[in-house]
Structures are given as C-alpha cells and as structure tokens.
Design a protein around this ligand. Structure first.
Ligand SMILES: Cc1ncc(COP(=O)(O)O)c(C=O)c1O
Length: 435
C-alpha cells in the first residue's frame, strides 16, 4: 500500500523555496519526500494536504492533551480575543491562571512565559540569582530548549562522542554556540547515583541548579530508577542547590500536579509548557516562595508577550477541563491498553524490546534485552528497525514520530476505537518489517 502524497510533496517543494529545510523547527524535517504538510486536525486525527487521515500520537511533540481543535478551548480563546490580546497590564485571567497553576502543582508563585525554552532559561537564571553560583548539572539525552546554555549532550548526540561514563564530555548540539558557554554545564548520565554524588561533592560550591526531566521525555521516556529523584532532592538540600524539574513534557500530563505529584518529590522550581495550553503558546515557571522571591528583586524576567490573553485563555480553559474531567485517567487507561498491546505483538513476533515511559507518554526500545536506564543504553537500541516500523504505521494511518527518541503521546480524544485501530495497524506493520 502506498499513500497518494502528490499534493503534499508539491507543497513541500514550495516550502523548500522559502523556508530553510521547509520547516520552522529542525525537528520537523523528515527528508524531502517524507515531511508531511498538514492541513487540519480534529480530536485525535490529522489530515495531510492529500486528505490522508492519521491517528496522531505525535500531538505536536506533546502539547495536545485534550485533542486537536478542542471546542471548549477554541471557543474560550475566540471569545477572549474580541476584547483585545495584549495590554502590558495584569489581567483578571492571569490572576485566575496563576492561582490555578499554584493549586494544581503545589507551588507558591508563578510567572508566565511563551515557550518551554523561555521557561527553562528563566528558571536557570532565577537559580543563579538565588544561589549566587553559576554552573548547573543536566543529564545526557535531556533537552531543555533551543538556547545556548542547554544545547549540550542532548538526545541527538552520537554515543561515541559522549566519552567515558566516568568522565562524560559536554557535546555541543549545534554550531554557533560560543565555546565559553560549555564551562557552565555539567552533563551526567541519568540514573547514575555514584557519578551524581561524586560530582556534587566536588562542585557544590559552584552549582546553582540541577535541572532534570523527571523522566527522559526526549529519549523514549526512560523512567527514573527508584530513589533517583529523591537522591537529587537530598543532594540539593544538603548543598543548597536549586532543584529544577523540567516538566515541559510531564506537566499536566502524568498527573494534574505533574511529575512532582506522580513521583512524590518536590522541586524548588518547575517549568511547564506543552499541555498547559493544549497547543496554544504558553509556558510557566513556578516555584517556592523562597526561590521565586528574587524575581523582580534583582533577577530579570519579562517579555512583551508574557501573559498575553490568547495563551492565558487557552490555559485557563485547558486546566479547568483537567480539573473537572477524567482526562488523566483516560490517557492512562488508553495508553496502558496501547502499551500492553504493543508489548504483546512485539513479543509474539520475537522482537527483543523494552517498553518505556508511562501510559500518557509511552515508548519502546527495540533490540535490547535489559531495561535501559539512561541515554547511553537507549543508543544501544535498533533505531533503524524502529524507523521502518514507524514508517509502516504511517502508511497505515497511524502517526508516531519516526524517531524512537520521541515518545508516543496520548490525548483525551484517543478512545477505544483509535487504540484498537492502532493495534491492528501495528500487527500488520510488524509483519511487513519482519518480511
Ligand atoms: C523537556 C523539555 N524542555 C523544554 C523544551 C523546550 O520547549 P519549547 O519547544 O516550547 O521551547 C522541550 C521541547 O520539546 C522539552 O521537551
């Protein structure tokens, strides 16, 4: 079977004339033939320019928690923008949203931003302003955004470049980053208790923050080992380091209170974006009274569009639904069926694999026997086979990312019918790639 992609490909050739690589984010480029041009989305579905329909598990890299074009959110935004979009004054809707975010996450104070990158960038500055220290620890395979400080040893790094586990190399993920920036970041393997303890003991006096994705949301959703997040918390307390949970992918997805609630570990600062606005651009930096007290008292934060009425209306509508409807229960239940079904099909086909992540943000790594616990272990998996399988699924109208590092995301609009159709397609796709 082959989809008709003639209009999609003709449009993409136009895109290539004016937009570098034809996309507005490098991550969206799948090659000149395979990059889709999407015309519309509704619920759990997308339609490309040729009218091919896909059950969407990419969900725009995670933000679509309710479904594409979710009526209550769209209507709230439409109603709001008739009264203007940007005032550079505090609005009642911002106050309502701040109260909601604090209630749901258990944080004391919150400032808004427009993207996950902005939120983590501000969180790092707040941590520096609070501690008076300059360096920070992040973990290999984690992605915190598109700015210089954090573009090291992300999930696009080849394994060989990372160096020895005892002495990891900070690998720059882009040209154009000043070399001096490298000195501010220390990258360590995720889930490596010994390395973390040693590094903190040696460098605590220069460490402003440990920033962690509570699960590896940019490397197949690999989970923290028991005690890992608690260990980070304990070291931060012991040495006066600010613990930042980057909840851009986990926030308002794995629990209404995000990873702090799900794993039962409190952070000093947490960053949110994606699910907060069901696809509208909005982000937040939330934190304890103590750490957030430096904001506006010596530490800069701001932006012309922060708190704009569009993002705030979308977030208020999205969070209201999350608080009042069983969204999290539903994505856990449907995601669980999907994980169990995929596991069973791969097992029956004799393909070694490990299921990773949690039902609302799930994945699997092919060609591994042992449970992968860090990005280095992820790299031992069979990426080529994963991509073949994903492409065979896409041909059948099921759309995960073709890159195994990017998890599958569930939304409230994925119901029994979509999951059953996905598993049917999965069974056929596995047969195809097994030859
Ligand atoms: C964990 C994490 N942090 C930060 C970001 C950056 O967010 P944005 O793309 O909205 O700038 C991402 C984006 O995927 C992310 O996954």
């Amino acid at each position: 079977m082959t989809r008709n992609l003639s209009k999609t490909q003709a449009l993409f050739r136009e895109a290539l004339k004016y937009i570098p690589k034809g996309v507005n984010s490098n991550f969206r480029y799948w090659g000149d033939e395979d990059t889709l041009v999407i015309e519309r989305g509704e619920g759990a579905y997308l339609w490309d320019a040729d009218g091919n329909r896909y059950i969407d598990y990419r969900l725009a890299f995670g933000p679509i928690i309710l479904g594409h074009g979710y009526p209550a959110v769209v209507e709230k935004v439409a109603e709001t923008i008739r009264n203007g979009t940007l005032f550079a004054w505090t609005t009642p809707a911002e106050i309502q949203l701040a109260e909601r975010i604090c209630r749901m996450t258990g944080m004391d104070k919150v400032r808004l931003a427009n993207s996950g990158s902005e939120a983590t960038m501000h969180a790092l500055r707040i941590a520096r302003g609070y501690t008076g220290r300059e360096r920070f620890i992040k973990f290999e395979g984690q992605y915190h955004g598109m700015y210089d400080y954090v573009l090291f040893s992300t999930a696009s790094t080849p394994l060989a470049a990372l160096g020895s586990r005892r002495n990891p190399i900070n690998v720059q993920s882009s040209s154009g980053i000043p070399d001096g920036i490298r000195q501010y970041v220390i990258n360590l393997p995720f889930n490596d208790f010994e390395r973390l303890e040693e590094t903190v003991a040696a460098h605590w006096h220069e460490l402003a923050a440990i920033i962690v994705e509570p699960l590896l949301g940019n490397a197949a959703g690999i989970l923290p080992r028991p005690g890992w997040l608690e260990k980070i918390r304990q070291l931060c307390d012991e040495y006066g380091i600010v613990l930042i949970f980057d909840e851009v992918k986990t926030g308002f997805r794995i629990a209404n209170g995000g990873a702090q609630e799900y794993f039962g570990v409190r952070a000093d600062l947490a960053t949110y974006a994606k699910s907060l606005g069901n696809g509208f651009p909005i982000a937040a930096i939330a934190g304890t009274d103590a750490v957030m007290s430096v904001v506006g008292n010596g530490v800069s934060h701001g932006g012309t569009y922060t708190g704009n009425a569009v993002g705030v209306a979308a977030a208020n509508a999205t969070l209201e639904i999350l608080e009042n409807e069983p969204v999290i229960e539903s994505i856990f239940a449907q995601g669980r069926k999907l994980m169990d079904g995929i596991d069973e099909i791969l097992t029956r086909a004799g393909i070694p694999h490990h299921m990773t992540g949690l039902p609302p943000i799930l994945s699997f790594i092919l060609g591994v026997d042992e449970e992968p616990t860090d990005f280095r272990a992820y790299c031992a998996g069979d990426d080529d086979l994963y991509e073949q399988l994903a492409m065979a699924l896409i041909e059948r109208g099921v759309l995960p990312d073709s890159d195994g590092r990017e998890p599958w995301f569930l939304c409230y609009a994925h119901r029994d019918a979509e999951v059953a159709a996905t598993l049917e397609a999965f069974e056929e796709a596995v047969k195809e790639v097994r030859g």
